[in-house]
Design a protein around this ligand. Sequence first.
Ligand code: DC
Length: 220
Amino acid sequence: MINVAIDGPAGAGKSTIARAAAKELGFIYVDTGALYRAVGVYCLRNNITTTDADGVGAVLENITVELKFVDGVQHVYLNGDDVSTEIRLPEASMAASNVSAIPSVRAFLFDLQRDIAAKNNCIMDGRDIGTVVLPNAKVKIFLTADPEERAMRRFIELQEKGSTTTYEEVLADLKVRDYNDSHREIAPLKPAEDSVTVNTTGNTLEESIKLMINTIKEKM
Ligand code: DC
């Protein structure tokens, strides 16, 4: 199977760009952030403090997370419920960032990610795909952009969904998450040694997609 690992900070355009590239290549696109978000949503629903490693660790045995692909579109199920929409709420983002720093949560989601990659040609995006989950991925890309530009993209996305969150709030949130994701002890966000860095600041989406597809094709 051919595996492409894409890592990078929140809002770099990973999902949009990776999804388009996967379509072009005929691969499935796997968004691993959705798995951490599903665990975060479970905690929010059940009033579990997402920064409490022991508390979160203790409820993992009550959680089943599944990914299903319907016409190439990923759906994430939490104990049988499709939570694909709920996981995108801002509170789910912060909950996901918190639970993703807990080692037992990462271990819990590890096999699921490995299994999908073993069975499918895929583009998998996350924070530690090239460094931890798929160290032997054929292609590894570190996709990034300046924080202000990433926050603006996320802000526009949220506005389209009717959210009243301000740009300043989105930027502040994103900076906290960047810091958490890259400073945690376990599987911190960083480029794999054998990755290619793609910076999309100032690019249109079409330019970024083209750049991504060309980088993947060159590497393959
Ligand atoms: O990509 P995203 O914003 O949906 O990810 C949500 C959170 O999950 C993010 O704060 C970092 C974490 N995450 C992770 O630690 N490892 C991954 N492979 C994917 C996401």
